[in-house]
Design a protein around this ligand. Structure first.
Ligand SMILES: *Cc1c(COP(=O)(O)O)cnc(C)c1O
Length: 368
């Protein structure tokens, strides 16, 4: 069976350095808010090209705390609207609704899966305060048009960079383009910890101060609480692991692109729609997504032939039970995507042989 994602193998790539990082932290006797987190924050800020980085517990908290900070800073208020793609992972939406802000969905482009920037302006109201772009599947969602819309209407641009660590737009790394960005180091992400982790990056000094305070119980000075904050910290041991893996990130992402190129050049089945890549710098292939109108049969075919494939995601946020009050909304492009997508195995540890088998299995799928 070709695994969708072999995390054990990924960890093995870094095995000796990860083990020595673990020993270093274990022996230090200091497990939270110490030198490893500070060093990682500096290295990660440098990598992204942002002035500030604040480590937090996970990617959801990163997004949630950015929005909460804008509320505490008086930039946003309860009931204000945030533009967000309709086809994102649920965390983008929870971060908005948990702050009593209102997500306003915009349909994606069916070929790139990214928010359709031509549809953003029509979704703006007097309550719109921000646009959350999601670099979905590892591809840059930012366009100059989005930047101009945010400037013109005085909107905060927030990047959900959970899936796209290392992705570039012209000379910038995603996570440094908007006003603030949330990053996830969930083990399966391109820069994965060995547990949960996340970060916020921004060039806005007052925002950086507020998120750091909020993430630490709302406290800057010990036992003085300015806000009803969160306990959202990146562990020292995870920061130490991330420092190791950050050094290999570009190489790991290059390997993902090689596999993606191989798939794009060799999958020839007429009923399989391949992902659209205009700019190879602007995609780090967190996921490799194909579409087929016979998705469920193709998925069964893959499984039966030893290829583990998944669906990201089977049900869009507005059709989830958690958002029952949205269930009657209709987003046809989003719904079509959710009905047709399959994620093929992709990672820095897939071998050429495995990639060839994936291609062969797809190409021999019966034709309709
Ligand atoms: C993974 C993910 C998150 C949340 O990250 P966690 O670390 O799992 O909390 C947010 N947004 C998107 C698009 C994601 O894929």
């Amino acid at each position: 069976m070709i695994k969708f994602l072999d995390i054990q193998k990924i960890t093995e790539l870094y095995s000796s350095e990860i083990r020595s990082a673990a020993s270093r932290v274990i022996d230090s006797g200091w497990y939270l808010l110490g030198d490893e987190v500070s060093a990682f924050e500096e290295e990660y800020a440098n990598y992204i090209g942002a002035s500030h980085c604040v480590g937090v517990a996970n990617g959801l908290d990163a997004l949630r705390i950015i929005l909460r900070s804008y509320i505490e800073l008086g930039v946003m208020n309860e009931g204000d609207e945030i533009i967000v793609p309709a086809n994102t992972f649920i965390a983008s939406i929870i971060a908005i609704t948990d702050n009593r802000l209102v997500p306003v969905f915009v349909e994606p482009d069916i070929y790139t899966f990214q928010i359709d920037d031509k549809k953003i302006e029509a979704a703006l109201t007097s309550k719109t305060k921000g646009v959350m772009i999601v670099h979905l599947y590892g591809q840059c969602a930012y366009t100059e048009n989005i930047g101009q819309i945010c400037k013109k209407h005085n909107l905060k641009l927030i990047e959900d960079n959970a899936q796209a660590v290392g992705c570039r737009f012209n000379n910038q790394v995603t996570g440094s383009i908007g006003d603030a960005a949330g990053h996830s180091f969930y083990p399966g992400k391109n820069l994965g910890a060995l547990g949960d982790g996340g970060a916020i990056t921004t060039n806005d000094t007052s925002l950086a101060k507020t998120v750091r305070t909020l993430a630490n119980y709302g406290s800057k000075v010990k036992y003085n609480f300015e806000y009803q904050g969160y306990n959202s910290r990146l562990d020292e041991i995870q920061a130490a692991f991330l420092r190791v893996k950050l050094k290999g990130l570009n190489k790991d992402n290059e390997r993902r692109k090689e596999v993606a190129k191989f798939y794009i050049n060799n999958i020839t089945h007429p009923e399989v729609i391949l992902p659209n890549v205009n700019d190879w710098d602007a995609h780090v292939f967190h996921l490799f997504i194909i579409r087929s109108s016979r998705r469920d049969i193709l998925l069964k075919h893959l499984t039966e032939n030893g290829v583990q494939a998944l669906i990201h995601y089977p049900v869009p946020p507005h059709k989830q039970k958690a958002y029952i009050y949205m269930n009657n909304m209709v987003y046809p492009i989003t719904e079509k995507i959710h009905n047709e997508v399959i994620s093929l195995p992709i990672s820095q540890v897939i071998s050429n042989e495995e990639a060839s088998i994936v291609v062969e299995v797809i190409n021999k799928f019966s034709k309709n």
